[in-house]
Design a protein around this ligand. Structure first.
Ligand code: HEM
Length: 259
């Protein structure tokens, strides 16, 4: 019990909670990107994959709860650590000196973190709830019939003939708007910077910044963050620029051909 209390009360404990929750969210972010990149394949692939995730029922809700808990913990630890470092700097550091005293990295982390949080709320309203003005939801098309079986690494996700939510059309129609696509690009760019700086400060907490591995580790993290951004940029970027067009016969192809 006192170990748990210490985790929440001590500075190092809060940094640990920040790192663990950050790692959980990073795992989700990369997994989600890998799933989303299926947009460049046959429409049945991403629709079958989304159908499988939705069909997980209680497991999906458990994962959502863990993610929500991780977001809550991450934000709480960030606020607590910021207040703590402000208090440690003392009253003389407030006012004009406040801005100068905060490092560029920590300020970037706060701004990028806030934008990403706002983005995730918008994103859930946009794609999961359908409240943020997607024509897809207004079009009343909620189902497509899968043309063939969908398997991932041999594992069956959805079988031929199943009626599924048309995530494929939703993404194409959503990103046909420059404003929406632009916001996704900005937010995922900031998320990549956030991951990069976050991992760097985690290495500092773990004492890895001065180890002989530090240079390779930091380069690997920078490359991963860049790869993450390029992967995320590819989806709205390709759709908005017309490089990726919706497959013939899909609801998205019908809607976008009238524009
Ligand atoms: C190009 C970028 C992205 C695309 C195309 C995309 C696509 C989607 C889609 C289609 C859904 C809804 C799935 C469904 O209703 O079946 C979804 C849900 C979600 N996305 Fe994204 N996403 C993107 C970026 C992100 C990013 C950067 C984050 C945050 C790190 C994120 C977090 C979420 C969350 C939390 C959900 C809700 C999952 C749930 O239903 O519990 N997404 N995304």
């Amino acid at each position: 019990m006192s170990l748990l209390a210490n985790l929440f009360r001590s500075s190092i404990g809060r940094k640990f909670l920040m790192a663990v929750s950050g790692l959980i969210l990073t795992g989700f972010a990369f997994g989600h990107l890998a799933g989303n990149l299926q947009i460049f394949s046959h429409p049945d692939r991403i629709n079958g994959y989304a159908y499988f995730l939705q069909s997980l029922g209680p497991v999906l809700w458990l994962v959502r709860l863990v993610l929500l808990g991780a977001v809550g913990l991450h934000v709480w630890a960030a606020v607590a650590l910021t207040l703590e470092s402000k208090a440690a700097r003392g009253p003389s550091d407030y006012g004009v000196h406040k801005w100068l005293a905060a490092t560029i990295a920590s300020r970037t982390m706060r701004i990028s973190g806030l934008v990403v949080l706002a983005f995730v709320i918008y994103h859930i309203l946009h794609f999961t709830v359908g409240l943020a003005g997607t024509e897809y939801y207004k079009g009343n098309i909620a189902e497509v019939i899968l043309g063939h079986d969908v398997r991932e690494f041999g594992f069956p996700l959805a079988s031929k003939g199943t009626a599924v939510h048309d995530v494929y059309s939703m993404i194409f129609i959503g990103f046909a708007s420059p404003l929406v696509a632009g916001f996704y690009i900005l937010a995922t760019g900031l998320l990549a910077v956030h991951l990069w700086h976050g991992a760097d400060s985690m290495f500092q907490t773990l004492g890895l910044r001065s180890s002989k591995w530090s240079c390779c580790l930091r380069k690997a993290v920078a490359l991963l963050a860049l790869g993450y951004f390029i992967g995320n940029l590819a989806i709205p970027g390709a759709i908005l620029s017309g490089l990726a067009k919706p497959a013939e016969g899909t609801y998205a192809a019908k809607v976008l051909s009238t524009r």
